[in-house]
Design a protein around this ligand. Sequence first.
Ligand code: TRP
Ligand code: ZN
Length: 874
Amino acid sequence: MTDHSQAMTAKYRQDYRAPLYWIDSIDLDFQLQEPLTQVTAISRLRRNGEHNEPLVLDGEGLSLHSVRVDGVPFTQYEQGESSLTLFNLPAECVLTIVTLLDPAANTALEGLYKSGDAYCTQCEAEGFRRITYYLDRPDILARYSTRITADKSQFPFLLSNGNKVDSGDLGDGRHFVQWQDPFPKPSYLFALVAGDFDVERSHYTTKSGRKVALEIFVDKGNLDRAGFAMESLINSMRWDEQRFGLEYDLDIYMIVAVDFFNMGAMENKGLNIFNSKFVLANPATATDSDYHGIERVIGHEYFHNWTGNRVTCRDWFQLSLKEGLTVFRDQEFSSDLGSRGVNRINNVRTVRGPQFAEDAGPMAHPIRPDVVIEMNNFYTLTVYEKGSEVIRMLHTLLGEAAFQAGMRLYFERFDGQAVTCDDFVQAMEDASGVDLGRFRRWYSQSGTPELTVTDEYDAESGVYRLHVSQHTPPTQDQPQKLPLHIPLDIELYDEQGAVIPLQYQGKAIGNVLDLLEAEQTFVFDRVAVKPVPSLLRDFSAPVKLHFDYSDEALAFLMRHARNEFARWDAAQMLINKAVIEGVARVQHGQGVELSQTLLAAFVAILDDGELDPALKAEILALPGEATLAELFEVADIDAIHQVRNEIHTSLAHAFGARLTATYESLRLPAYQVVHADMAKRALKGVVLGYLAALDAGSADLLVRHQYATADNMTDTLAALQVANSHLLPCRSELLADFEGKWAKDGLVLDNWLRLVGSKPAEDVLEEVKQAMAHPTFSIRNPNRLRALVASFAMNNQVQFHARDGRGYRFLTDLLIELNEVNPQVASRLITPLIQFKRLDEGRKALIRTELTRLANLEGLARDLFEKVSKALQQ
Ligand code: TRP
Ligand code: ZN
């Protein structure tokens, strides 16, 4: 149930005040029972300094049973809509609050709720206040003990944070378990789970010899899907010791997989709760990219134990302190274990696509926001992914050794505390001696900086100059922008592709240039020939780069650049140029024409015998339509779609007979989850797509064959994706077969839902509506919903943006329903409706009509209110 009376007031970062009371410990008692669960919370309070202010506790949707102070019934309180105010408390006291909850009715999946038959919790960011009245803010660090009582046969496992200290039977079919967490923590890291599970067990011995029990809890019958998650957990523990010197600190680490979860996973101390999507996998059910996702998220939550839990956030404006840093750490983990180049490419795709779109939209905010209405709305690509880019820039500026020295100083200073982003940067600055004065602006300034680079070569003197200017366009939240400290990683090549050393007047210059001013010129001498510059190597800063490359220069970089990322990036630039030209031609009634240079460069990639097939696959996969739309002031959705398809077809013709030969060469023996094989499967999928563009008739046979003979989900889905995106004759037959096979397995069926949502045909909405009637679909399950609806609204540009507005209407109708069921998920799905800046006037008007419908909705949740009202201000 949504609480319709929540205040829509904004909170400001600058208004931070230390809490008026501290809470040193809290003893929780849960009586899990139907219909209502009873929660008793006994908190030890300590007034912060001399004052007579009342204690204002947070509470949301709670039914209050009783209040006691030092064991005596207490009446000097006032209950507000979302608060409990207690007057005239002694300087120190024990506060006992009893509340009643209805977890089965909790569809928002925040606080205590039921996922299937199990009870579980989600407290970040402000969910603990749905369990009991509390100072629900991350700078209140308390020691928790938790006693859980429940029916023993229904709920044999009763879990919470820390160590199990007691358990027993109560005679009446009920039992209890008592947990104690030795580490003081903020309320958002509290967790409780009760249910019946299969358990995958292992252990890990830390570098100092502590033996840690590892337990992964999955739904009964799913034990054969837990092995990879366990392997990833052990790899995470080892990697954090080796790369960051960080060791685990409790005797037990538990992970519980649940089917109903709003996000990816949650790092609750000692008891992570995961969306089952990021735990369950075996070769029959999971794709290679599912495996990568599991490794990444298991790592991410594990790494939070230090960056987030041991050192936490002072307030929620500092969210990127833990999230940006932890995303950086999980990216490094994936890169150290797998392919650094491919990981970098995929991370950059996310920043350049959806994160840049966020900057350009009505929700633009700095990685450390200044104003928030609903905190759940700030778990964003900006805070997470751009936040990670900011950490990565620090790493680039300081180097690994000084960066790690900064990390050590950070933990020395702040272990056990709730701190700010400034505290982190200060530790980095103090440990390294690098001046980060101007760099700090990355935390306060929103938007995407644009770099414009021009070059100048004087053959006579051998001097080469790079003129670099930076400019950040205004964003909806911030009209004025300042120059930033931007690390610009470059390399210069001669005609043969040899590296030209960077130097000036006898002094070597490093590859990373420090751009600090609005305009700067970098001078190099002893440059014997006019060089080809490789700029912003490895995406050394989250900016847009403008440099007037010729097709020839980009083709040259695709071949000669010394780093995998730069080769991919050159290919992207080449395609982007072709799309911009192609759209202009299509708009003038002409066809798309590709330069011979472009075609030859891509053919050379396919022919390159040295290149990792995974990288080949990345280079040959064209950018998505939504990402391409970002290239235009006004994006012509239909023309972009057409041009992208024509480029795909032209490339297919240029590849010609190589495609079949390549496809055949990529056959593999029995399925294995190893990089070399994953790389080949990725390339095989891309090649199959080109084959379909070349000749739909023979591709139909090939796709049927691949589908029929695949021994793994990656190949199965690659076949289905090609059938779907090219509307091959086999499409409906294969999709029906897949649906029949996996009808009862939600996670696998999500793949089918995604295919349905992204069908590139006018009748897609009819199929989407039919899929919503599927017995395994439920709008209460965020995975099912996102699979079907996000694929339509975010991955099916032409149909979602249909000129009669039916796509917008469909999404809005659904959001109105979801507003009651799960506002947090509604607020994520609304994204394509609020990012309409680049659309034409006709579509903008249609969207405004739908947003106005939402704005006028009675009981609009805070989550949607914040986004809708900002979007309508555009
Ligand atoms: N801290 C979680 C993470 O690892 C994010 C998260 C999980 C979350 N569930 C949530 C945030 C619910 C808000 C609401 O990134
Ligand atoms: Zn996180």
